[in-house]
Design a protein around this ligand. Sequence first.
Ligand SMILES: C[S@@+](CC[C@H](N)C(=O)[O-])C[C@H]1O[C@@H](n2cnc3c(N)ncnc32)[C@H](O)[C@@H]1O
Length: 436
Amino acid sequence: MAKYGKSLNLPHFTFRLDTFRALQLSGESRELVAVSQIQSTYGKEDMSNQRFTKRLVRTVGFLGLLLLMVAPIVGDKPQPEIAVPFEPTPPQVVDEMLKLGNVTADDVVYDLGCGDGRIVIAAAQKLKARGFGVDLDPQRIDECKENAESAGVADRLQFKVGDIMQTDLAPATVVTLYLLDEVNLMLRPKLFHELKPGTRIVSHAFHMADWRADKTEHPPKARNEVIYLWILPASVGGVWQWTGKNPQGATQYRLDLEQEFQVVRGELTSGEGKKAPISNVSLNGRELLLSAQVADGQRQVRVNFRGTVDGDTIKGTQQWRGGSRAGTYEWIAQRTPVDLSGSWRIKVQASEEPLDGVLRVERKNGDLKATYVGDKDKKDIALTGFIAWGTSVYFNIPAEDKSPIFTGSLSGNTGNGKVTREGTSATLVWTGQREK
Ligand SMILES: C[S@@+](CC[C@H](N)C(=O)[O-])C[C@H]1O[C@@H](n2cnc3c(N)ncnc32)[C@H](O)[C@@H]1O
């Protein structure tokens, strides 16, 4: 097991330090580390877009120098963590991205790192959508405004010079990206914190690692390119309960759900504690589908549940496929309120490098933020990748080598789950205990 919690203040990039040092750049400048990270991303992966990556390697050396020159001038101003060079998406790929994102006139399309504005301009021109583009480079934003004027869609679009990490994403119904794998990963928690469930995210060429895409396509007119679609899943982790009426009276039902991105597992407990696994589970934005074999007197009856998640309520239908209740009825389930804030002692039992430390979860401006303090070095580490879906949690604790990923749940005063590391099949178990 890797050594946890020994890192710079930029956990995502710690394992790039060698590259960083090799560039003989001093200090812990975020942007420079990001640049060294871009180089190593180029070196190792995603050749699906060779033109972009070739250009990246040309641009990156220049960009490194540029950032070196810029850093002293910009003084105390917060600096972008990410700086991806400009390379436009080809028009035929733009069209397929909008198609994959099912963009309509009702949508607000956000292109993060919008370049010359072509994605949102096409969305406005061809589909009557509204759009917003943000880019670090003022020259790009000037181009966007000119291009939107010439296309006659300036009234439907807004463009702004800015950093994607500082942009409020809440109004978006579709987000488009052409960044880098690791940049997508840095952005991922922000997508979960700020976007509404059901928002479509379409990325050209770059993926989101263990958040598997809902759809992957190679555009017919550009077979070498790849585009990905994710539908932001609602939060469903936790305990859901409802009462069902039947000829014998009323029965209490309890649905325990665990979630990791859009993947949901769980079990249904009916009446006096009869448990049944759930099957055919799918979570598409706010739409949850699942089935279970439920006791009906002496019989087992298959029930299909279909509901729309709205915070702590699911409303929909339950279809009983036989038995004394055969038919379709309303289904309204309520989630037991979840409050993860507080301190949790997290332990991993392992012969090598066992872990013992405190995960502190705090609510700030409506969002959950997490930090980790290891018992050995007592350093506070911000867990920037922390995501919670109700009681289900996902976080990684920065390590010298690949950071271990923790998935599982924190519920009531206890928690548990799995620890995995990219590139290894070994899985460990973690436990959590709420501290007084
Ligand atoms: C590969 S280009 C993609 C342009 C456009 N989205 C497209 O697909 O045609 C990436 C763009 O992101 C911008 N960019 C890079 N880092 C950024 C950041 N931190 N905030 C805002 N824009 C950024 C660059 O200036 C560049 O224009």
